[in-house]
Design a protein around this ligand. Structure first.
Ligand code: MSP
Length: 667
């Protein structure tokens, strides 16, 4: 039986995980789950890319040693995958010794093959991409089109990999393996890039230290992509260590890299060339998916629409988010993440489609008419309409598997929903609520109920890779235990009629309770508040574009000392801003409503209107002087004071960087 190995890219740790990362990781997890259901030995790898200039600089900006910085970034990624119910078998970090050793071993193999030489390099470098750029890759003004930032000129002594020698070999390999890169259109781009001729690749740096040292020349550290790509085999112990490597990288294993379209070139050209040089087997397939925008705009921290998966999981649950991510966008195409589409799909496909099918059959028909017990299957008593439904189930089971084998998760879901729709139609047509009233038609009622329950069991398996928890909940309602894949046991449904008669069903809470208009508004408002909390606070300097350093003013001298008791008289509290609006008569004042944990929010005026648009403040936790006497300004009574620092660049409100409850004392 073929083993199945699927990998995600290893994510750079300079950012926290967002919905784009979640997209690949969920796709990889669902493929791994599918192959486990088929009984194949399966392995899912994800991890973090922790070296390189980008990380080194980010750590320096934060004033942290790089190792301390990267260590701190591990939990957010691990937590995100846990929250999303992604269960990797291994989580590799490129700073681990087990990885660094293997990267050095690979270097030595490339060297032994005569493919590494020392030379000098001068070209444009984009730190965002961690990659050199030729003039033709750049936009006017030497701007990297991916990152919208100017590239830098780099000149240094560097080791080179003889990539130019691999053009023909790669093209021959592509020719012999027409499915090596997917989708096809992207494969054509790769081929035409290689046909134009490949330049040798600079694979070491002397200008930064944060990387794997080059064996034998410690003045150099390795190019971060050579380091990073090796993770796919170093996590298996590398080619010199038998069992795991042989099982998941040997010729009998299917090895799939899922990557975003932006990093395809590294995976489809550099990585195979390194492997060819080292005499190591190539991956089976590299699948390049598209990019997600959020509500129609490119995700960016500057725009404040950088979407972490956590709040979405809190709002909808992991399974629903997994479903939506895989359903909304054709794998391989660009697409948009839209909160309102998510809710539409939830209500339409999950609540009305699948949830309703389960509910109407179990709660109304089986409980009322059959004492909650699964009837016995009677293949001899099938009517044409029953056969039709069975045919749909069989076809959907087959097609769904084909789509998942071909890594087309959205089509697999489309196909599963054909069965959901067919089963709902079958219930409408067979009208079991009439059969229920006629004791003479009991056998027919049993047959109809069985058909639908068995379809639900099928759906619970076909959909399990996407929504493991909801499918286990569905199975529990049918009286079945959770799906427990095991190597060697193919659980994919193929024969209709395997649901055992006599099982006691357990109708329970709705699988997908409908989200009504009021709940929708609440969820959207909560997500928007979360977003604003994460958004950078625009001040006058930021409005013009990139934030600028305000010019330093001479500092006020520190005031004479006071006794502690005097300080303790000032009652400082955390206040959560619930509402903010401009005061019509004033240019500077905003009228804020702030929750201080009291029965009613306080109205507080703050002179910050020139530094903050009101909507950027909602949801923020600020520091309030809570025991000042009320003061009337512009006809409005202000019940406290919000603390802020001011310099020539404007005002900066003091915020608490954790979700402490409103009213918490600040001391
Ligand atoms: N560290 C490299 C990968 C090395 S793999 C040997 C890297 N990291 S990354 O964190 O910048 O990006 C990781 C993946 O996230 C890429 O596949 C990229 O395409 C994907 N995405 C980042 N933003 C995305 C969207 N907005 N939408 C979909 N995927 C996106 O590149």
């Amino acid at each position: 039986m073929r083993s199945f190995y699927v990998t995600t890219p290893i994510y750079y740790v300079n950012d926290r995980p967002h919905i784009g990362h979640a997209y690949t990781t969920v796709a990889a997890d669902l493929l791994a789950r599918y192959h486990r259901v088929r009984g194949q030995p399966t392995r899912l790898l994800t991890g973090l890319d922790e070296h390189g200039q980008k990380i080194e600089r980010r750590a320096a900006e934060l004033g942290l040693p790089p190792k301390e910085f990267v260590d701190a970034m591990v939990p957010p990624f691990k937590e995100a995958w846990e929250q999303l119910r992604c269960e990797p078998d291994d989580f590799i970090r490129t700073t681990e010794p087990r990885h660094e050793e293997k990267v050095q071993a690979l270097w030595r193999k490339l060297e032994a093959a005569g493919d590494i030489y020392l030379g000098e390099y001068e070209d444009w470098y984009c730190v965002g991409c961690e990659s050199f750029k030729t003039e033709k890759d750049l936009e006017e003004g030497q701007i990297c089109p991916m990152h919208g930032k100017p590239v830098e000129k780099l000149k240094e002594r560097s080791y080179f990999f003889r990539l130019s020698a691999y053009g023909d070999k790669l093209l021959a390999y592509y020719e012999a393996h027409p499915e090596f890169v997917q989708p096809e259109g992207r494969f054509n781009e790769v081929k035409s890039f290689v046909r134009q001729g490949l330049r040798d690749l600079s694979i070491s740096r002397t200008t930064m230290r944060w990387g794997v040292p080059v064996p034998g020349d410690e003045a150099h550290v390795m190019f971060v992509w050579l380091d990073a790509l090796t993770n796919y085999i170093s996590a298996l112990g590398g080619p010199d260590e038998a069992p795991l490597f042989d099982q998941f990288w040997g010729p009998e294993a299917t090895k799939v890299h899922l990557v975003g379209k932006d990093i395809l070139r590294f995976h489809a050209i550099y990585w195979p060339a390194f492997l060819l040089s080292a005499g190591i087997e190539l991956p089976t397939q590299i699948w390049a998916h598209g990019w997600l925008t959020v509500d129609g705009t490119k995700m960016s921290k500057g725009l404040g629409n950088f979407l972490p998966p956590g709040p979405l999981v809190d709002a909808f649950g992991a399974d629903v988010l997994r479903y939506y991510l895989m359903r909304e966008v054709g794998f391989g195409q660009d697409g948009d993440f839209s909160h309102t589409h998510l809710i539409e799909r939830y209500n339409g496909e999950l609540a009305n489609g699948l949830g309703n099918l389960l509910n109407r059959m179990l709660a109304s028909i089986v409980r009322r008419g059959l004492g909650g017990v699964v009837p016995v299957y009677r293949p001899d008593a099938l009517e044409p309409i029953d056969r039709e439904l069975i045919e749909v189930a069989r076809r959907v089971g087959r097609e769904c598997a084909e789509h998942l084998e071909a890594i087309s998760p959205h089509r697999a879901l489309e196909s599963i929903w054909e069965l959901v729709a067919a089963a709902n139609r079958y219930v409408d047509q067979t009208e079991p609520w009439h059969l229920l009233k006629d004791p003479a038609r009991r056998e027919r009622l049993e047959q109809v109920a069985y058909q639908v329950l068995e379809c639900l069991r099928w759906i619970g398996t076909l959909l399990w890779p996407f929504m493991p928890d909801r499918c286990d909940a569905l199975r529990a309602q049918l009286g079945l235990g959770p799906l427990e894949p095991a190597v060697g046991e193919d659980l994919w449904p193929d024969a209709f009629g395997q649901l055992e008669g006599g099982l006691q069903t357990a109708p329970g809470a709705a699988l997908f309770p409908r989200i009504d208009a009021k709940q929708e508004a609440e969820i959207l408002a909560r997500l928007e508040r979360d977003r604003l909390e994460r958004a950078p606070m625009p001040g006058p300097a930021a409005e013009a574009g990139e934030p600028q350093e305000a010019e330093a003013e001479p500092l006020e001298p520190i005031a004479p000392p006071i006794v502690f008791d005097d300080f303790a008289k000032v009652d400082l509290r955390v206040g959560k801003i619930l509402a903010a609006e401009k005061l019509s008569k004033s240019k500077k004042l905003l009228r804020l409503q702030i929750d201080l944990g009291e029965a009613e929010p306080r109205v507080i005026l703050a002179g910050i209107a020139l530094s903050y648009p009101p909507e950027a403040l909602i949801g923020r936790r600020v520091v309030v002087v809570a025991n000042l006497p009320p003061r009337k300004m512009m006809g409005v009574q202000s019940q406290g004071m919000v603390l802020a620092a001011s310099d020539a660049g404007g005002l900066g409100v003091l915020c608490v960087d954790r979700d402490v409850p409103p009213g918490t004392r600040v001391s």
